[in-house]
Design a binder for this molecule. Structure first.
Ligand SMILES: Cc1cc2nc3c(=O)[nH]c(=O)nc-3n(C[C@H](O)[C@H](O)[C@H](O)COP(=O)(O)OP(=O)(O)OC[C@H]3O[C@@H](n4cnc5c(N)ncnc54)[C@H](O)[C@@H]3O)c2cc1C
Length: 415
């Protein structure tokens, strides 16, 4: 009798788990079935990396784990057992897709196509793994076996991998079903909210962000809660109609409290992050002295895009002024605008627009060496369903890959 393994959710984690079955066992002792609600698996996978699929990040596991915030220690054994080099080897030798490394150790397929990655995985699995699409799982019961009630009928499995994802980008199929299923099987859910999401600012600040929409700056972006800095990010930030996005804003978004009613939540951008206020003031004084006939915005644009310099000058009431006669008071205003650009946050980052979900199945109830549930024997939980969110740059797909490997290895060992 073959062992029946059900993979609930054919997203990145579910597909990677199916690949590991094929890679490690040839699937002859196992009947592996992916159950997917959409008409095709991997709807979120094809959006990754702006359609190019940033599949992993080439870093040592000890460094990589730092990108997983509070979940770093939990994910570490998985990253050590199946890390970025293993992912690259599998993508290249298993799937036959060449990879390339871009800035910040990010790995992409040479074809620059997430659709090709998804379709190549489906071809790789075809004939070895059964994929049932248009089958929405409605209920999971555990007796001696797992009884999975779906819109396409009830299915029975001996082992179950729960990989229905989180609740970000729900239009791709991940609507938070993992949580209800995990709860019904004895698990606790850490409240979910958006991570890697754009930050929407109040209308006052939106005047500035919309006029700079599309402009990218290197900043130190800090989150201020009732005037106190609670987190910061030094990376690129992109102005947008609604507020701010780009790596710095997206990374910071997970730190915005789940409820900001009654608190003063704002972000402060330092547009000249490599210099202290004092050092910048000294430089300005020298520039003002050396170039008395130059407009102050021209001098400021040495440190940031010209459009940003114009906006900062307008905001501080110094636009149109020349270096000659530029007062100490005005310098102070300019420094404040350029290095302490405050924007009030209008709302908690929306989960619908977040790239990943913060929160999910509590890690305390899952064995980090096998991904097996500590509550229900034979149940494995992987991917974004877990309370794991990584920074951008290939971390989240790598977490899916590493978790999938541990789960499959453990299932293979269990028989
Ligand atoms: C726009 C965007 C770009 C991204 N880019 C990157 C990137 O370049 N690199 C990176 O590392 N990460 C990236 N991420 C994050 C990454 O895509 C996710 O972390 C990853 O897809 C999570 O995989 P998962 O399998 O856990 O969940 P998902 O990929 O969400 O898959 C869950 C699957 O389960 C199915 N499902 C849900 N409920 C049911 C049900 N009741 N019955 C049956 N099936 C069900 C869903 O339809 C879906 O197919 C990006 C995310 C987004 C939104």
């Amino acid at each position: 009798m073959k062992i029946r393994v059900g993979i609930i959710g054919g997203g990145a984690a579910g597909l990677f788990a199916a690949c590991q079955f094929k890679r490690l066992s040839g699937t002859e002792d196992f009947e592996v079935t992916i159950v997917e609600r959409n008409n095709i698996p991997g709807k979120k996978l094809i959006l990754t990396g702006h359609g190019r699929c940033n599949i992993t990040n080439r870093k040592d596991a000890s460094l990589l784990k730092e990108g997983f915030h509070e979940a770093g220690n939990f994910i570490y054994p998985a990253l050590r057992e199946f890390g970025p080099e293993d992912t690259v080897r599998f993508v290249e030798d298993g799937l036959g897709l060449k990879t390339k490394e871009e800035d910040n150790n990010r790995i992409f397929p040479v074809c620059d196509s997430a659709i090709t990655v998804r379709d190549t995985i489906l071809s790789y699995l075809s004939g070895s793994v059964k994929t049932i699409c248009n089958a929405e799982v409605q209920e999971i019961k555990k007796t001696d076996v797992f009884e999975v009630k779906t819109s396409a009928g009830t299915m029975v499995f001996d082992r179950l991998i729960l990989s229905c994802g989180g609740s970000s980008f729900p239009k791709t199929g991940s609507t938070g079903c993992s949580y209800a299923f995990a709860e019904s099987l004895g698990h606790t859910i850490v409240p979910v909210r958006g991570a890697l999401a754009p930050i929407i600012v109040k209308s006052d600040a939106r005047k500035l962000t919309s006029s700079l929409s599309g402009v990218s700056v290197n900043v130190k972006l800090s989150l201020l809660i009732d005037g106190k800095v609670t987190a910061s990010q030094s990376r690129e930030m992109l102005f947008a109609e609604f507020g701010i996005t780009g790596p710095a804003a997206m990374e910071l978004s997970r730190e915005v409290p789940p409820d900001i009613k009654g608190i003063n939540a704002s972000v402060e951008a330092d547009l000249i992050p490599d210099m202290s206020d004092e050092a910048f003031d000294q430089e300005m004084q020298k520039l003002i002295c050396d170039h008395p006939d130059t407009k102050i915005t021209t001098l400021l644009s040495r440190y940031m895009p010209a459009s940003a310099a114009e906006e900062v000058a307008t905001l501080t009431g110094t636009a149109g002024q020349y270096a000659q006669g530029f007062t100490k008071e005005n310098r102070k205003k300019l420094i404040n605008g350029a290095k302490h650009l405050k924007m009030e946050i209008a709302e908690v980052p929306q989960i619908e627009k977040a790239y990943v979900t913060r929160g999910g199945v509590s890690l305390k109830e899952v064995d980090r060496k096998t991904m097996q549930s500590k509550k229900t024997e034979g149940l494995y939980i992987i991917g974004e369903a877990l309370d794991i969110d990584g920074i951008s740059g290939g971390y989240n797909l790598q977490a899916c890959m590493s978790g999938a490997y541990l789960a499959v290895k453990s299932i293979l060992k269990s028989v």
